[in-house]
Design a protein around this ligand. Structure first.
Ligand code: PLP
Length: 395
């Protein structure tokens, strides 16, 4: 197994599924028409995009009937980040008299950094905290959301710990104050059941590369009836809600990936949860002073955030890399920074544990053998690093 890559970093990005790649291929050299063209050559591509839109809508439980074309609730974008930005931007335009955004302390930078920019533009941003399991402080949320709040943005599943937020309850709090509700479901889509009607979300973001479609494509669900001002203005693509010629092949790929995920959701959930739980049990049984982060009762199935006390996460990653094992410390987007991630800090994980935190994130491509191999290598890696750690003392 030594020469192989064991890829346990699927929350950073996933392998494009072979069926997705196959579905995309014709759109490069054969069906390369512009979907906005009047001729049939382009028109047939437009029809294929509509099919992809239905596939995405279907994964999210968005209702559509051909007669009134509810599938227009889905807007294709360039990535999860754009979807997040576009949702918040649209809510602020739809409720111009309201100047406040309520979000959480553990959102992805795609939301948090955009909110920082909005504070520079004069908006107020309130970030709701979490407990040490990453669960949202619902009392604080209820207090924060008021008649000045345009939008509440809270993620469906956390990218670092996998903790799932009670989106239906959060949506109800937002709506009671007349605010919109957006959820970043970039990590949740394809892993847990999503039903935009039941949860009553107004906006929901997904990203292709987290569910075995390519990078550079995403989608935003916008509940029917919401006036949507585009973030990217230009041509009339996406019914005037997102300018720019469509990334056709990737959109087709995203549709196919959603179709595959929808068809295998329950089976894949059970598979990933079982792989992850067995892996964690092995680590807990063989390595002292570790903790599993997140809401253990309510987590995305393939995410495992493990804190190994008194050592540096980066050193663990380097020694795992010797065996071809790929994981990440904190969030992929904060790799390179030695500060514990904002998520672990918001959870109040002690510094000595937060520093030695590794995120293992699985996908359908992983096997039990790969996880056993990884669990088998970790005890010696951790022991070796603790031996040279100035902070480690045997208790
Ligand atoms: N939201 C979450 C929860 C994520 O994990 C990520 C990517 O890591 C994003 C948003 C950004 O998605 P994209 O890379 O498609 O912009």
């Amino acid at each position: 197994m030594n020469n192989q890559i064991i890829y346990l970093d699927n929350n950073a990005t996933t392998q494009v599924a072979p069926e997705v790649f196959e579905a995309m291929k014709p759109y490069f050299c054969e069906k390369f028409g512009n979907p906005s063209s009047i001729h049939r050559f382009g028109g047939s591509v437009a029809a294929d995009i509509e099919n992809a839109r239905r596939q995405v809508a279907s994964l999210l439980g968005a209702t559509y009937r051909d007669s009134d074309n509810c599938a227009t609730e889905i807007i294709f974008t360039s990535c999860g980040t754009e979807s997040d930005n576009a949702a918040i931007n649209a809510a602020l335009h739809a409720l111009p008299e309201r100047k406040k955004i309520v979000t959480t302390a553990v959102e992805h930078p795609a939301v948090l950094h955009y909110c920082e920019e909005l504070t520079r533009q004069g908006f107020t941003v309130e970030k709701i905290g979490v407990d040490n399991c990453g669960r949202l402080d619902m009392q604080a949320l209820k207090k924060a959301v008021d008649s000045n709040t345009a939008i509440v943005s809270a993620m469906w599943g956390n990218n670092e710990t996998g903790t799932i937020f009670p989106v239906k309850e959060i949506a109800a709090v937002a709506h009671a104050a007349g605010a919109y509700f957006h959820t970043d479901a970039v990590q949740a889509a394809g892993k847990v059941k999503i039903d935009v009607v039941d949860t009553a979300v107004d906006f929901l973001s997904i990203s292709g590369h987290k569910l075995h479609a390519p990078k550079g494509v995403g989608a935003l669900y916008v509940r029917r009836g919401i006036i949507f001002d585009p973030l990217i203005c230009g041509g009339h693509q996406e019914r005037g809600r997102r300018g720019g010629t469509e990334n056709v092949a990737s959109i087709i790929g995203l549709g196919k990936a959603c179709e595959i995920s929808a068809a295998n959701l329950d089976e894949e959930y059970a598979y990933l949860k079982n792989l992850r739980d067995n892996f964690e049990q092995k680590l807990l049984a063989s390595i002292p002073r570790i903790r599993i982060n997140g809401d253990l009762e309510n987590r995305l199935p393939g995410t495992s955030s493990v804190s190994f006390e008194c050592i540096e996460g980066e050193s663990i990653l380097m020694l795992l890399d010797v065996f071809g094992i790929c994981a990440s410390s904190g969030s992929a987007c904060t790799t390179g920074s030695l500060e514990p991630s904002h998520v672990l800090r918001a959870m109040g994980i002690p510094y000595s544990a937060a520093h030695g935190t590794i995120r293992f994130s699985l996908s359908r491509c992983n096997t039990a053998e790969e996880l056993d191999f990884t669990a088998g290598k970790l005890p010696a890696i951790i022991a070796r690093l603790r031996e040279i750690s100035p902070y480690w003392e045997e208790k």
